[in-house]
Design a protein around this ligand. Structure first.
Ligand SMILES: [Fe+2]
Ligand SMILES: [Fe+2]
Length: 396
């Protein structure tokens, strides 16, 4: 920044040499280790026949793991539940990454309005392009799978814009969903015009990625610990390649939200309020935990119709009444699976608190994760039971 000529702002990222160096090093490394080619090739080569009888994730990352259904499944059914975890998990990641691509760009637009933020914007450009590749690989594999196994969609969905709720199976009512869409639209305008709000988006992205990192690191281990890596299932390889790219994304979120933000002009009261509102929104999105899928904060009752479909499919061949009873025993009784999902939720609360500990603009609701912490195991069970009664009477 030329300080002799008038500029829009006095502050410049160039003065924070340490952060700038970190960003430069990280972008260089991220380009060197970019997994785009591997991801694209995997999507092209995926052939379900070659990996249909093998698990794709470590066993505990299976749909309905540790529930009544899991305990009463045959080994072949367990393999299918394991593969379905992959399909369901990455369906949620696709949704989150569609939003990420967009908000990377709105935030970059705001930061580029200041002097010397080119390195940050270049990093975000690379990440957005990588997300498109990730989405493509997840989508190609998942759609082929559901077409071959079910002949219809279960967890996959047609392409969508970022203005649809990010959490696929939530407890939002139609009215709340509509409101959320408008919040997203407003946030997109604000984040593209305020470098602070744009920068602060990476606090939200950091929390979301932190949760992803915890699970995706474990998913990637199926490949890294596989006895025959070369011939391991393609979806397992994709989990590994994805985790490699995402490690850099998490680092970017952390540097922008913790360090780069210090080179910005001081935030106004309004900007701080918007920042806290977006974190409260994130807490609401992560309020529930799911018995069906450990590590994703879906609302179990919203999954009843999907799991019912899986139970009626040729994988389980259950009758209507058998499927309902399996749902009741799996979602409405405490199980090892439910306890583990709850534990992941607790671990996320703790790591979110740790991530946010040194932010100055954060209110108590966010600092202490008061919204997320309200959900308890007993509350979860009661919600599932009440919702199941309604589901059963509707399905009768
Ligand atoms: Fe990704
Ligand atoms: Fe990412």
């Amino acid at each position: 920044m030329n300080k002799n000529l008038s500029q829009t702002h006095n502050s410049t990222l160039l003065e924070d040499v340490k952060t700038l160096k970190r960003m430069e090093m990280s972008l260089k490394k991220s380009k060197e280790l970019d997994q785009t080619e591997n991801m694209d090739l995997s999507a092209k080569l995926f052939n379900l026949a070659e990996c249909k009888d093998e698990m794709w994730n470590p066993e505990k990352f299976s749909l309905m793991y540790g529930t009544w259904l899991w305990d009463h499944s045959t080994p072949a059914q367990k393999v299918k539940l394991n593969q379905l975890y992959w399909i369901a998990y990455y369906a949620q990641i696709i949704s989150a990454e569609i939003a990420t691509i967009f908000f990377n760009q709105t935030a970059a637009a705001a930061m580029y309005g200041l002097e010397d933020f080119k390195i940050v914007c270049d990093t975000l450009d690379l990440e957005s392009a990588q997300e498109r590749t990730h989405i493509n690989a997840f989508k190609v594999i998942s759609e082929k799978y559901e077409e071959e196994v079910f002949g219809e969609r279960i967890f996959t969905y047609p392409m969508r814009t970022p203005f649809v709720k990010t959490m696929l199976y939530s407890d939002l009512s139609k009215m709340q969903e509509w409101f959320r869409t408008w919040q997203l639209r407003t946030y997109s305008v604000l984040s593209s015009n305020s470098a602070f709000i744009g920068c602060q988006y990476f606090t939200v992205r950091g929390l979301r990625t932190l949760n992803g990192k915890m699970v995706q690191h474990q998913l990637s281990r199926y490949y890294t610990e596989h006895a025959n890596k070369e011939n391991s299932p393609i979806p397992s390889k994709v989990s590994y390649y994805h985790f490699m790219d995402e490690s850099f994304h998490f680092n970017t979120s952390s540097v922008i939200s913790h360090e780069v933000i210090n080179s910005l002009p001081a935030a106004s009261k309004f900007e701080k309020m918007v920042a806290n509102m977006s974190l409260e929104g994130c807490q609401r999105d992560h309020y529930n935990f799911s018995t069906a899928i450990n590590g994703i904060f879906w609302y179990d009752p919203a999954l009843y119709p999907l799991i019912y479909k899986v139970l009626r499919s040729k994988i389980f061949n259950m009758s209507h009444l058998e499927a309902l009873e399996a749902l009741r025993k799996s979602f409405c009784e405490e199980s090892e699976g439910m306890i583990q999902s709850h534990q992941t939720h607790q671990e996320s609360i703790d790591s979110y608190k740790h991530y946010l500990a040194d932010f100055k603009y954060i209110n108590k609701t966010n600092r202490d994760m008061l919204i997320m912490s309200e959900n308890k195991l007993e509350k979860h069970l009661k919600t599932n039971r009440d919702a199941f009664k309604k589901f059963r009477s509707k399905a009768a």
